[in-house]
Write a protein that binds this ligand. Structure first.
Ligand code: ADP
Length: 191
């Protein structure tokens, strides 16, 4: 199995690149952001609780996203692999993911980190906000809050996988195809 974590701050291009990775490597896409937004759409109790936090740019509790990922891994047992997008976002989530995969005799193959500076992220997210309809893309204060959450709670996740020799950093600024080429090379080198 190929189990890949696509890592990077909000606006780094994870959505764009994950579509291309899925098409090439036939992986199941697990985006906790998408899963949470689908719960909000359904109007579920979980969705209602998550929405309050997401609209403030704050991470939802670890056990909520871990539970969602656990269900999805079960649902797609026997697939050629997974791409984790927007997860894990804390070290506790990384530990839970490792334990879950271990229970299937599986492991993370590689973490691909898209590197983009904060100014470029802000520009991209404000632009995305014009068309995405996402409440958390609408104003600068909220976007800065999300980038701050990323820098304080999520950055340590990179170190967690670096210590396992699974971390690969890729420049996320430039031509989409060139970035994808660099990602493909990194994946091929780790499988
Ligand atoms: P982005 O990375 O562009 O901010 P996402 O769609 O990945 O967008 O996430 C949107 C929001 O959903 C986050 O700001 C956070 O509130 C919540 N969220 C998504 N994934 C997680 C996670 N793994 N842990 C905690 N909160 C999460």
């Amino acid at each position: 199995m190929l189990n890949l974590i696509l890592f990077g701050p909000p606006g780094a291009g994870k959505g764009t690149q994950s579509e291309k990775i899925i098409a090439k490597y036939k992986l199941i896409h697990l985006s906790t952001g998408d899963l949470l937004r689908s719960e909000i759409q359904k109007g579920s109790e979980l969705g209602l609780k998550a929405k309050t936090l997401m609209d403030q740019g704050i991470l939802v509790p670890d056990e909520v996203v871990i539970g969602m990922i656990e269900n999805k891994l079960k649902e797609h047992k026997g697939s050629p692999g997974f791409i984790f997008d927007g997860f894990p976002r804390t070290v506790a989530q990384s530990e839970a993911l490792d334990a879950l995969l271990k229970s299937y005799d599986e492991r993370i193959s590689v973490m691909i980190a898209l590197v983009v500076d904060d100014n470029e992220l802000l520009t991209r997210l404000l632009n995305r906000g014009k068309t995405s309809g996402r409440p958390d893309d609408q104003n600068e204060a909220l976007i800065s809050k999300r980038i701050h959450e990323y820098n304080s709670k999520t950055m340590p996740v990179a170190e967690y996988y670096r210590l396992q020799d699974k971390y690969v950093a890729i420049n996320g600024i430039g031509d989409i195809e060139e970035i994808f080429d660099a990602i493909s090379k990194a994946i091929d080198a780790h499988t």
